[in-house]
Design a protein around this ligand. Structure first.
Ligand code: HPA
Length: 294
Protein backbone atom coordinates (compact mmCIF):
# COMPACT_ATOMS: atom_id res chain seq x y z
CA UNK A 1 0.00 0.00 0.00
CA UNK A 2 1.32 3.45 -0.85
CA UNK A 3 1.55 5.77 2.14
CA UNK A 4 0.79 9.44 1.56
CA UNK A 5 2.44 12.23 3.49
CA UNK A 6 -0.92 13.25 4.91
CA UNK A 7 -2.05 9.73 5.80
CA UNK A 8 -5.51 10.03 4.26
CA UNK A 9 -4.92 8.92 0.68
CA UNK A 10 -7.56 6.92 -1.16
CA UNK A 11 -5.42 3.80 -0.83
CA UNK A 12 -5.00 4.23 2.94
CA UNK A 13 -8.68 5.00 3.53
CA UNK A 14 -9.72 2.02 1.36
CA UNK A 15 -7.37 -0.30 3.23
CA UNK A 16 -8.87 0.80 6.54
CA UNK A 17 -12.45 0.51 5.25
CA UNK A 18 -11.73 -2.95 3.81
CA UNK A 19 -10.15 -4.09 7.09
CA UNK A 20 -13.19 -2.92 9.05
CA UNK A 21 -15.65 -4.45 6.58
CA UNK A 22 -13.90 -7.77 6.77
CA UNK A 23 -14.17 -7.67 10.57
CA UNK A 24 -17.80 -6.57 10.94
CA UNK A 25 -21.02 -7.42 9.13
CA UNK A 26 -22.45 -3.97 9.88
CA UNK A 27 -22.65 -1.65 6.85
CA UNK A 28 -23.28 1.69 8.51
CA UNK A 29 -25.34 4.43 6.86
CA UNK A 30 -25.10 6.69 9.89
CA UNK A 31 -21.89 7.85 11.60
CA UNK A 32 -21.82 9.41 15.05
CA UNK A 33 -18.94 11.25 16.75
CA UNK A 34 -19.14 11.49 20.53
CA UNK A 35 -17.70 14.67 22.00
CA UNK A 36 -16.00 15.07 25.38
CA UNK A 37 -18.17 13.58 28.11
CA UNK A 38 -20.69 12.27 25.57
CA UNK A 39 -19.23 8.81 24.98
CA UNK A 40 -22.42 7.34 26.45
CA UNK A 41 -24.06 7.80 23.06
CA UNK A 42 -22.15 4.74 21.88
CA UNK A 43 -23.86 2.66 24.55
CA UNK A 44 -27.17 3.19 22.76
CA UNK A 45 -26.04 0.92 19.91
CA UNK A 46 -27.59 -2.56 19.82
CA UNK A 47 -25.39 -5.61 19.26
CA UNK A 48 -22.24 -3.53 19.58
CA UNK A 49 -19.00 -4.57 17.98
CA UNK A 50 -16.02 -2.64 19.28
CA UNK A 51 -12.63 -1.91 17.73
CA UNK A 52 -9.94 -0.10 19.66
CA UNK A 53 -8.38 2.68 17.57
CA UNK A 54 -4.98 1.16 18.26
CA UNK A 55 -6.08 -2.04 16.47
CA UNK A 56 -7.40 -0.33 13.32
CA UNK A 57 -4.90 0.09 10.48
CA UNK A 58 -4.02 3.76 9.79
CA UNK A 59 -6.12 5.06 12.68
CA UNK A 60 -4.54 7.55 15.07
CA UNK A 61 -5.02 7.02 18.82
CA UNK A 62 -7.11 9.26 21.02
CA UNK A 63 -5.08 10.78 23.83
CA UNK A 64 -7.70 12.85 25.65
CA UNK A 65 -9.09 12.03 29.07
CA UNK A 66 -12.86 11.47 28.67
CA UNK A 67 -12.47 9.91 25.21
CA UNK A 68 -12.51 6.10 25.13
CA UNK A 69 -10.69 5.75 21.81
CA UNK A 70 -12.76 3.10 20.10
CA UNK A 71 -15.05 2.57 17.15
CA UNK A 72 -18.40 0.95 17.90
CA UNK A 73 -20.58 -0.65 15.22
CA UNK A 74 -24.19 -1.61 15.84
CA UNK A 75 -27.75 -0.53 15.17
CA UNK A 76 -29.65 2.43 16.52
CA UNK A 77 -33.43 2.17 16.09
CA UNK A 78 -32.74 -0.49 13.49
CA UNK A 79 -30.37 1.69 11.45
CA UNK A 80 -26.80 0.43 10.97
CA UNK A 81 -24.41 2.88 12.68
CA UNK A 82 -20.77 3.45 13.41
CA UNK A 83 -19.89 5.52 16.43
CA UNK A 84 -16.56 7.16 17.27
CA UNK A 85 -16.17 7.02 21.01
CA UNK A 86 -13.48 9.63 21.12
CA UNK A 87 -12.21 11.82 18.32
CA UNK A 88 -8.92 13.40 17.27
CA UNK A 89 -8.02 17.05 17.74
CA UNK A 90 -5.47 19.44 16.28
CA UNK A 91 -3.99 20.07 19.72
CA UNK A 92 -3.02 16.40 20.07
CA UNK A 93 -0.44 17.11 17.39
CA UNK A 94 -1.80 14.98 14.55
CA UNK A 95 -1.56 16.16 10.98
CA UNK A 96 -5.00 17.63 10.27
CA UNK A 97 -5.72 14.96 7.64
CA UNK A 98 -5.36 12.24 10.27
CA UNK A 99 -8.02 13.94 12.37
CA UNK A 100 -10.51 13.67 9.54
CA UNK A 101 -9.46 10.27 8.13
CA UNK A 102 -12.44 8.49 9.73
CA UNK A 103 -14.87 10.57 7.62
CA UNK A 104 -13.33 9.22 4.42
CA UNK A 105 -13.25 5.69 5.78
CA UNK A 106 -16.94 5.99 6.73
CA UNK A 107 -17.77 7.29 3.26
CA UNK A 108 -16.13 4.25 1.72
CA UNK A 109 -18.14 2.02 4.07
CA UNK A 110 -21.42 3.61 2.93
CA UNK A 111 -22.11 6.29 5.55
CA UNK A 112 -24.55 8.90 4.22
CA UNK A 113 -25.20 10.99 7.33
CA UNK A 114 -22.86 12.17 10.10
CA UNK A 115 -24.04 13.29 13.52
CA UNK A 116 -21.27 15.05 15.43
CA UNK A 117 -21.30 16.23 19.02
CA UNK A 118 -18.89 18.37 20.98
CA UNK A 119 -18.53 20.33 24.19
CA UNK A 120 -18.17 24.06 23.71
CA UNK A 121 -17.87 27.33 25.52
CA UNK A 122 -20.90 29.60 25.29
CA UNK A 123 -20.07 33.02 23.82
CA UNK A 124 -23.70 34.00 23.33
CA UNK A 125 -24.71 35.74 26.54
CA UNK A 126 -28.15 34.11 26.45
CA UNK A 127 -26.60 30.64 26.64
CA UNK A 128 -26.42 28.76 29.92
CA UNK A 129 -24.30 25.82 31.00
CA UNK A 130 -26.16 22.69 29.88
CA UNK A 131 -27.73 24.29 26.80
CA UNK A 132 -27.52 22.27 23.61
CA UNK A 133 -26.75 24.24 20.45
CA UNK A 134 -27.66 22.90 17.03
CA UNK A 135 -24.92 24.08 14.65
CA UNK A 136 -26.33 26.31 11.94
CA UNK A 137 -22.93 27.30 10.60
CA UNK A 138 -19.27 27.47 11.54
CA UNK A 139 -16.24 29.74 11.52
CA UNK A 140 -13.10 27.82 10.62
CA UNK A 141 -10.50 29.97 12.36
CA UNK A 142 -7.50 27.69 11.60
CA UNK A 143 -8.68 27.75 7.98
CA UNK A 144 -7.96 31.48 7.88
CA UNK A 145 -4.33 30.57 8.42
CA UNK A 146 -4.35 27.86 5.76
CA UNK A 147 -4.95 24.97 8.15
CA UNK A 148 -7.62 23.04 6.30
CA UNK A 149 -7.90 19.24 6.01
CA UNK A 150 -8.46 19.60 2.26
CA UNK A 151 -5.15 21.40 1.69
CA UNK A 152 -2.89 19.56 -0.72
CA UNK A 153 -3.68 17.72 -3.93
CA UNK A 154 -7.39 17.00 -4.35
CA UNK A 155 -8.51 13.42 -4.95
CA UNK A 156 -11.59 13.67 -7.17
CA UNK A 157 -12.71 10.24 -6.02
CA UNK A 158 -13.63 11.84 -2.70
CA UNK A 159 -14.97 15.18 -3.89
CA UNK A 160 -14.39 18.41 -5.79
CA UNK A 161 -11.44 20.78 -5.38
CA UNK A 162 -13.54 23.67 -4.08
CA UNK A 163 -16.44 22.29 -2.06
CA UNK A 164 -19.33 24.54 -1.08
CA UNK A 165 -19.71 25.14 2.67
CA UNK A 166 -22.78 27.39 2.72
CA UNK A 167 -24.92 24.31 3.23
CA UNK A 168 -22.60 22.48 5.62
CA UNK A 169 -25.24 21.76 8.27
CA UNK A 170 -28.26 20.05 6.75
CA UNK A 171 -31.39 22.17 6.92
CA UNK A 172 -33.81 19.24 7.10
CA UNK A 173 -31.95 17.59 9.95
CA UNK A 174 -31.84 20.87 11.87
CA UNK A 175 -35.59 21.22 11.36
CA UNK A 176 -36.11 17.64 12.51
CA UNK A 177 -33.99 18.28 15.61
CA UNK A 178 -36.16 21.26 16.54
CA UNK A 179 -39.31 19.19 16.07
CA UNK A 180 -37.98 16.29 18.10
CA UNK A 181 -36.57 18.62 20.77
CA UNK A 182 -40.00 20.28 21.10
CA UNK A 183 -41.77 16.94 21.45
CA UNK A 184 -39.31 15.81 24.10
CA UNK A 185 -39.80 19.02 26.07
CA UNK A 186 -36.24 20.26 25.44
CA UNK A 187 -37.14 23.71 24.07
CA UNK A 188 -35.85 25.46 27.18
CA UNK A 189 -32.29 24.39 26.54
CA UNK A 190 -32.20 23.76 22.77
CA UNK A 191 -30.60 26.61 20.79
CA UNK A 192 -29.24 27.09 17.30
CA UNK A 193 -26.12 29.05 16.48
CA UNK A 194 -22.68 29.46 14.97
CA UNK A 195 -19.72 27.39 16.20
CA UNK A 196 -16.17 28.69 15.95
CA UNK A 197 -13.27 26.24 16.00
CA UNK A 198 -9.85 27.13 17.38
CA UNK A 199 -6.73 25.02 17.62
CA UNK A 200 -6.54 24.80 21.42
CA UNK A 201 -5.51 23.29 23.80
CA UNK A 202 -5.35 26.53 25.78
CA UNK A 203 -8.77 27.99 26.38
CA UNK A 204 -9.48 31.46 25.01
CA UNK A 205 -8.44 34.71 26.62
CA UNK A 206 -11.07 37.27 27.50
CA UNK A 207 -10.06 39.42 24.53
CA UNK A 208 -10.33 36.42 22.20
CA UNK A 209 -13.82 35.58 23.50
CA UNK A 210 -14.94 39.16 22.95
CA UNK A 211 -13.51 39.13 19.47
CA UNK A 212 -15.15 35.83 18.50
CA UNK A 213 -18.48 36.95 19.86
CA UNK A 214 -18.33 40.21 17.93
CA UNK A 215 -17.55 38.20 14.79
CA UNK A 216 -20.82 36.31 15.10
CA UNK A 217 -19.85 33.12 16.94
CA UNK A 218 -22.24 31.76 19.57
CA UNK A 219 -20.02 28.96 20.82
CA UNK A 220 -16.33 28.11 20.69
CA UNK A 221 -14.56 24.76 20.72
CA UNK A 222 -11.66 22.71 19.38
CA UNK A 223 -13.27 20.13 17.08
CA UNK A 224 -16.01 19.12 14.63
CA UNK A 225 -15.39 21.68 11.86
CA UNK A 226 -12.50 19.76 10.28
CA UNK A 227 -14.58 16.60 10.22
CA UNK A 228 -17.57 18.43 8.73
CA UNK A 229 -15.42 19.92 5.94
CA UNK A 230 -14.12 16.49 4.91
CA UNK A 231 -17.53 14.83 5.27
CA UNK A 232 -19.20 17.53 3.15
CA UNK A 233 -16.41 17.26 0.58
CA UNK A 234 -17.35 13.58 0.25
CA UNK A 235 -21.09 14.34 -0.03
CA UNK A 236 -22.05 13.17 3.46
CA UNK A 237 -24.79 15.26 5.03
CA UNK A 238 -23.93 16.62 8.46
CA UNK A 239 -25.73 17.47 11.65
CA UNK A 240 -23.89 18.70 14.74
CA UNK A 241 -24.67 19.59 18.34
CA UNK A 242 -22.63 21.51 20.91
CA UNK A 243 -23.20 20.94 24.58
CA UNK A 244 -22.47 24.24 26.29
CA UNK A 245 -20.21 23.09 29.09
CA UNK A 246 -19.10 26.51 30.32
CA UNK A 247 -19.80 30.14 29.63
CA UNK A 248 -16.92 31.89 27.95
CA UNK A 249 -15.40 34.55 30.17
CA UNK A 250 -16.04 37.95 28.59
CA UNK A 251 -15.50 40.27 31.48
CA UNK A 252 -12.29 41.22 33.30
CA UNK A 253 -14.03 41.20 36.70
CA UNK A 254 -15.22 37.60 36.32
CA UNK A 255 -13.66 34.95 38.53
CA UNK A 256 -14.87 32.06 36.33
CA UNK A 257 -12.18 29.83 34.85
CA UNK A 258 -12.75 27.29 32.04
CA UNK A 259 -11.54 23.78 32.86
CA UNK A 260 -11.82 20.30 31.40
CA UNK A 261 -13.47 18.74 34.47
CA UNK A 262 -16.39 21.13 34.11
CA UNK A 263 -16.69 20.05 30.48
CA UNK A 264 -16.96 16.38 31.46
CA UNK A 265 -19.36 17.07 34.32
CA UNK A 266 -21.83 18.97 32.09
CA UNK A 267 -21.73 16.03 29.69
CA UNK A 268 -22.79 13.70 32.49
CA UNK A 269 -25.66 15.99 33.51
CA UNK A 270 -27.19 16.20 30.03
CA UNK A 271 -26.10 12.78 28.80
CA UNK A 272 -29.47 11.07 28.93
CA UNK A 273 -31.33 13.89 27.20
CA UNK A 274 -28.68 14.15 24.51
CA UNK A 275 -28.88 10.41 23.93
CA UNK A 276 -32.66 10.61 23.64
CA UNK A 277 -32.43 13.53 21.21
CA UNK A 278 -29.88 11.84 18.95
CA UNK A 279 -31.65 8.47 19.04
CA UNK A 280 -34.98 10.02 18.09
CA UNK A 281 -33.41 12.03 15.27
CA UNK A 282 -31.81 8.87 13.88
CA UNK A 283 -35.12 7.02 14.22
CA UNK A 284 -37.03 9.67 12.29
CA UNK A 285 -34.58 10.72 9.64
CA UNK A 286 -35.14 9.82 6.04
CA UNK A 287 -32.74 7.71 4.08
CA UNK A 288 -30.25 9.92 2.29
CA UNK A 289 -28.06 9.02 -0.61
CA UNK A 290 -26.19 12.00 -1.95
CA UNK A 291 -23.61 10.25 -4.00
CA UNK A 292 -22.27 13.39 -5.62
CA UNK A 293 -18.63 12.50 -5.50
CA UNK A 294 -18.12 9.11 -7.06
N1 HPA B 1 -13.33 26.87 24.73
C1 HPA B 1 -12.87 26.00 23.82
N2 HPA B 1 -13.23 24.73 23.80
C2 HPA B 1 -14.09 24.30 24.72
C3 HPA B 1 -14.61 25.15 25.69
C4 HPA B 1 -14.21 26.52 25.70
O1 HPA B 1 -14.61 27.34 26.53
N3 HPA B 1 -15.44 24.42 26.46
C5 HPA B 1 -15.43 23.16 25.96
N4 HPA B 1 -14.61 23.09 24.91
Amino acid sequence: MSESVSGDSYAECSATADWLMSNTQVRPTVGIVCGSGMGGLAKMLKDPQVFKYSDIPNFPRSTVHGHAGQLVFGTLKGKPCVCMQGRFHLYEGYPIQKITLPMRVFKLMGVETMILTNAAGGLNQDYKVGDVMILKDHINMPGFAGINPLSGPNDDRFGVRFPCMSDAYDRELRQLAHEVGGELGFNDFLKEGVYCVLGGPSFETIAECRMLHSLGADAVGMSTVHEVIVARHAGIRCFALSLISNRSVMDYDSLERANHEEVLETGRLRAEQLEKLVTTIVDRMEHHNNNNSF
